[in-house]
Ligand binder design. Structure first.
Ligand code: SAM
Ligand code: SF4
Length: 355
């Protein structure tokens, strides 16, 4: 008998599993895992909203999960297989930086072989992509999304904490050479930091035939200094692009798509805007996440997690894991509450949850 599809209590069928393979990262993006107070409070001179007594150069401590707490490849493969038997057909590997996980192509190969995985993708900062590209492609990775917030070396360094623009651009080039399609580029837009680069990023995407996604800044940073004033609303980004280009809306492939999409009238490149803060799309959310240490999250903004690792390591049968996933999915939240009174940022940050 085919197991029933994972469906939440609001009738949303879950199809998309995001698997974080590590909480570690070689970058220190100021909107995700800032290195110092200064990096976290990058806007302090412009807004005096955060009163922080710590010195600007104080490092923000990071407590990486011990390696033996991370799910093994066998455990990840098992969870994915069980989820796929229940309707999941899209799998995205993420992190932290997934390419810091030793032997990642082996994991890709294991997941690619699971019958029913229709789409296997990865999100990466791209720094280590070029040297892994062929192995990942051969292992069965289909799509890759690169994070690229700036095309100016100095601003790239300010935003990511690392001097890595050249390596990331090289990674994008390799992905295209090897036939990953589409190659996506994600840019988190922060007002006053990289919004002046919107037009340049669009030109970059168009000349290289990339799918560009602008993403609103969400309150998931480890510095906990998110401010709504720093969010560049999707609508404003769209107006900026429309001031220069005739855009043609793209019909969503499914209601659960996070990005509103457009093509350019001359057919070069594709634009997507992901606006979870100002235009939430929770009503059609079909995503489920598992953290590197085996905690299932039903929403980016969940305030609690469901420990699957204990069950995986405690001898649970496939049937028990299946039942547990159903039980977890039934508890999926209807929506996030960003901007509402009483909103609480989750304990864990984007780098741990997996974007
Ligand atoms: N390290 C990889 C990377 O950067 O692509 C994968 C993990 S990263 C957490 C996944 C995505 O989350 C990236 O596209 C990143 O830009 C995005 N992200 C991280 N923190 C964010 C935040 N506070 N708001 C919006 N997007 C964020
Ligand atoms: Fe690392 Fe990605 Fe977070 Fe940047 S966004 S710090 S690359 S996990």
């Amino acid at each position: 008998m085919t197991p029933a599809a994972l469906t939440d209590s609001f009738g949303r069928g879950l199809r998309d599993l995001r698997v974080s393979v590590t909480d570690r990262c070689n970058f220190r993006c100021l909107y995700c895992l800032p290195e110092t107070e200064e990096a976290a409070n990058f806007y302090r001179t412009r807004f005096d909203a955060v009163k922080n007594p710590r010195p600007l150069n104080a490092p923000i401590p990071i407590a990486w999960k011990p390696r033996d707490e991370l799910l093994t490849f066998e455990e990840i493969e098992r969870v994915v297989r069980i989820a796929v038997e229940q309707g999941i057909d899209k799998v995205r590997l993420t992190g932290g930086e997934p390419l810091l996980r030793h032997g990642l192509p082996d994991l890709v190969a294991r997941i690619a072989k699971i019958p029913g995985v229709r789409d296997l993708a990865m999100t990466t900062n791209g720094f280590f992509f070029a040297q892994n590209a062929e192995a990942l492609r051969a292992a069965g990775l289909q799509r890759v999304s690169f994070s690229l917030d700036s095309l100016e070396a100095a601003n790239f360094k300010k935003m990511t904490g690392r001097d890595g623009l050249r390596e990331v651009l090289h990674g994008i080039e390799r992905a295209q050479e090897l036939g990953f399609a589409p190659v996506k580029v994600n840019a988190v837009v922060i007002r006053g930091t990289n919004d002046h680069e919107i037009e340049r990023l669009v030109e970059f995407a168009r000349t290289r035939d990339l799918s560009l996604r602008f993403i609103e800044f969400m309150p998931l940073d480890s510095g906990r200094t998110w401010l709504k004033e720093l969010v560049m609303p999707g609508r404003e980004i769209l107006q900026r692009v429309q001031a220069q280009h005739a855009l043609v809306p793209v019909k969503p492939a499914s209601a659960s798509e996070t990005a509103r999409r457009w093509t350019f009238a001359d057919g070069r490149g594709e634009l997507g805007i992901i606006a979870p803060v100002t235009e939430p799309f929770c009503g059609h959310c079909n995503r489920l996440r598992i953290t590197a240490d085996g905690q299932v999250r039903t929403c980016l903004f969940s305030l609690s997690e469901h420990d699957l690792k204990a069950q995986l390591r405690g001898g649970a049968t496939d049937g028990e894991l299946r039942a547990r996933l159903h039980d977890i999915v039934r508890q999926k939240e209807d929506r996030h509450h960003i901007g509402e009174p009483g909103f609480r940022q989750p304990e864990r940050t984007m780098s741990c949850i997996g974007g």
